[in-house]
Write a protein that binds this ligand. Structure first.
Ligand code: B1M
Length: 209
């Protein structure tokens, strides 16, 4: 019931009400993972469907996105471990042309929660910037996010740029985002496809064992 309410209020962009409901849900013993998956992410899914069908417009989607940001901040301490020595380094970004960052931010949070330090390059990031960041940080995992069918191809551009810079073999390239699939990841020569933030953190962690 509380999770349904969280989903519904998120769809309406009611930030304060969502935050109060989340606190109530946590206090009643519902896990942060369940609130994230069955309340917030499922609510954003409905927003996407309604946007597609023309029932919601861009400003309403932006309100929901802002609400999601605030909600995730409340859950962050529950979802991440702190004070642990990092087991490795990753860089993460949303690829060039794409400004969606909610999924990327969740992935970053879960990766850090798995004990991996993660340099966030932000959104709309060129392949050259990814190469620079790998060289500067010495990261051995690169996480790329894309939410648009029109920007998925940029992931291949990043992989090519890593090859051209002679550092492809030094890094594992992981890709994710709603329009992606394992098939696409295989086609572009990525090392892994992660359908969600939790599995991304799990796969990334396995590279350091
Ligand atoms: Co946009 N948008 N949007 N949008 N938006 C989609 C993606 C869309 C599917 C909506 C729709 O039509 N149904 C559609 C894309 C259609 C297509 O490509 N075929 C779309 C469109 C068209 C657009 C614009 C072009 C609209 C316009 O301007 N006319 C525009 C593009 C701007 C740009 O990027 N250049 C645009 C803008 C926006 C807002 C700014 C309003 C806002 C983004 C706010 C923000 O991110 N700060 C927004 C939103 C919120 C969405 C929807 C509704 C929700 C996305 C989201 O945050 N989901 C989305 C519809 C949908 O996806 N159903 C939509 C919640 C999030 C937790 O899930 O990001 O999938 P997700 O992340 C998951 C997994 O995918 C995975 O883990 C995450 C958590 O488990 N994952 C990774 C993600 N990244 C990963 C990286 C990894 C691993 C796993 O690394 C290895």
């Amino acid at each position: 019931m509380l999770l349904e309410q969280i989903s519904e209020k998120l769809q309406k962009g009611r930030g304060r009400e969502v935050e109060a409901l989340i606190k109530e849900a946590l206090a009643s013993g519902i896990s942060a993972e369940k609130i994230l998956n069955d309340g917030l992410i499922s609510g954003m899914g409905v927003v996407g469907e309604k946007f597609k069908s023309g029932e919601l417009y861009l400003p309403e989607v932006m309100m929901a996105a802002r609400t999601m940001d605030g909600a995730v901040k409340i859950l962050k301490p529950e979802l991440t471990a702190s004070g642990v020595e990092p087991i490795g380094k990753a860089v993460i970004c949303t690829v060039k042309g794409d400004k969606h960052d909610i999924g990327k931010n969740l992935v970053k949070m879960m990766i850090e929660g798995a004990g991996i330090s993660c340099e966030d390059l932000g959104v709309d990031v060129s392949a050259e910037k990814v190469v620079d960041a790998v060289n500067k940080t010495g990261a051995t995992v690169v996480c790329l996010s894309s939410l648009l069918t029109t920007t998925m191809g940029e992931m291949k551009t990043v992989i090519e740029a890593l090859k051209n810079a002679g550092i492809r073999d030094r890094v594992k390239v992981m890709v994710g985002g709603a329009p992606l699939s394992q098939k696409f990841a295989d086609e572009i020569g990525a090392d892994a496809y992660a359908p969600d933030a939790a599995s991304c953190a799990e796969i990334a962690k396995s590279y350091f064992n």
